[in-house]
Design a protein around this ligand. Structure first.
Ligand SMILES: [Zn+2]
Length: 321
């Protein structure tokens, strides 16, 4: 931060100097400006920012993930979604590293006994990895800037809706280090006696499935009736069953799982990565340019009314099978 201040002063000095080299001044000023966290304008731009090289792959404990967290906090603030705890950051220690989830809440219109619904996604990724063509940043555009932005889009959509139950927006950290952030939050909610109704976790929606008659799949499909209930809100199959998800045990491999373990409640991950449609899983080329952004935005928009119905259709219960 200090360096940036010095740069800014230098920039100003250049401007006030008569023999100013304009090119040089411009580059100094640009360097300062590029460090400013942008505000949330659209899903597309949020996806671009969160997966930019500036965030260096959002590894837990890094400067890059701190910028991502600030971006997310600012977006929630903008959507008038207040922090769930005293601050947005739900901190934990991971050996010597400081980790934090970012957690917000939108309250029900009137206080209710209905359990809260958790909408989640991990916003961390794996940082720097072995270089390919001199690029060592694993940008994590699909994994999981796409899920993170989907949660923010749902927060934006729900911000002016009347809700019958509380909705908790949870952006998890340290997923890539063993679901550490989500396990921390699940245990913390357990201690506070806050039991969720359902956990709707989002992963890798940035590239669409090509040869399926369903648009997304959920992990642990057979564990609850979520897909049946959710599809009932639509004229098409939004949530399908992907056999590969069971083969690779994906139910236990994302942030839904600690909630299932701790509370024994319906907790699933919704995803479109089907092992054939994206070659860059945990690869330096998991970048914004590799995503089908328009189709992604369309899909996220399509999920919004279904999620609102999940929250407000109190006569229909999602439950474990
Ligand atoms: Zn992931």
């Amino acid at each position: 931060m200090k360096n940036k201040l010095i740069l800014l002063c230098l920039g100003l000095l250049f401007i006030s100097c008569k023999e100013v080299n304009e090119e040089q001044t411009k580059s100094k000023v640009e360097e300062v400006v590029s460090d400013v966290i942008p505000t949330y304008t659209s899903a597309k731009e949020a996806l671009r920012y969160l997966s930019s090289d500036e965030l260096e792959g959002r590894d837990t404990g890094s400067e890059g993930i701190d910028k991502a967290a600030t971006f997310i906090e600012n977006a929630l603030k903008e959507f008038q979604i207040p922090p769930f705890f005293e601050t947005y950051r739900d901190s934990f220690k991971l050996k010597e590293l400081d980790g934090y989830n970012v957690v917000g809440i939108k309250k029900a219109e009137t206080p209710s006994d209905l359990k809260p619904l958790v909408i989640g996604a991990h916003f961390d990724h794996i940082g720097h990895i072995d270089a390919v063509d001199n690029d060592s940043i694993a940008n994590g555009a699909n994994d999981n800037a796409s899920g993170t932005v989907a949660v923010l889009e749902l927060a934006r959509f729900l911000s002016d809706k009347t809700l019958k139950r509380d909705v908790i927006f949870a952006l998890f950290s340290a997923e890539e280090r063993g679901l550490v952030g989500s396990r921390h939050l699940a245990n913390k909610l357990k201690s506070a006696e806050v039991e969720p109704y359902l956990v709707f976790n989002i992963e890798m929606l940035g590239v669409q499935m090509k040869d399926k008659n369903y648009k997304t799949y959920i992990t642990g499909y057979e564990i609850s009736n979520l897909a049946e209930v959710f599809n009932g809100f639509y004229d098409e199959e939004l949530m399908g069953y992907l056999p590969k998800a069971n083969e690779f045990n994906l139910f236990k491999r994302s942030d839904n799982y600690p909630f299932f373990e701790v509370f024994n409640i319906p907790a699933h991950t919704i995803c479109t990565f089907d092992f054939t449609n994206f070659d860059y899983y945990h690869h330096v080329k998991d970048e914004f340019e590799e995503l089908e952004v328009d189709a992604y935005v369309e899909l996220v928009d399509e999920l919004k009314p279904g999620v609102l119905k999940l929250i407000n259709s109190t006569e229909i219960q999602v439950k474990l099978n």
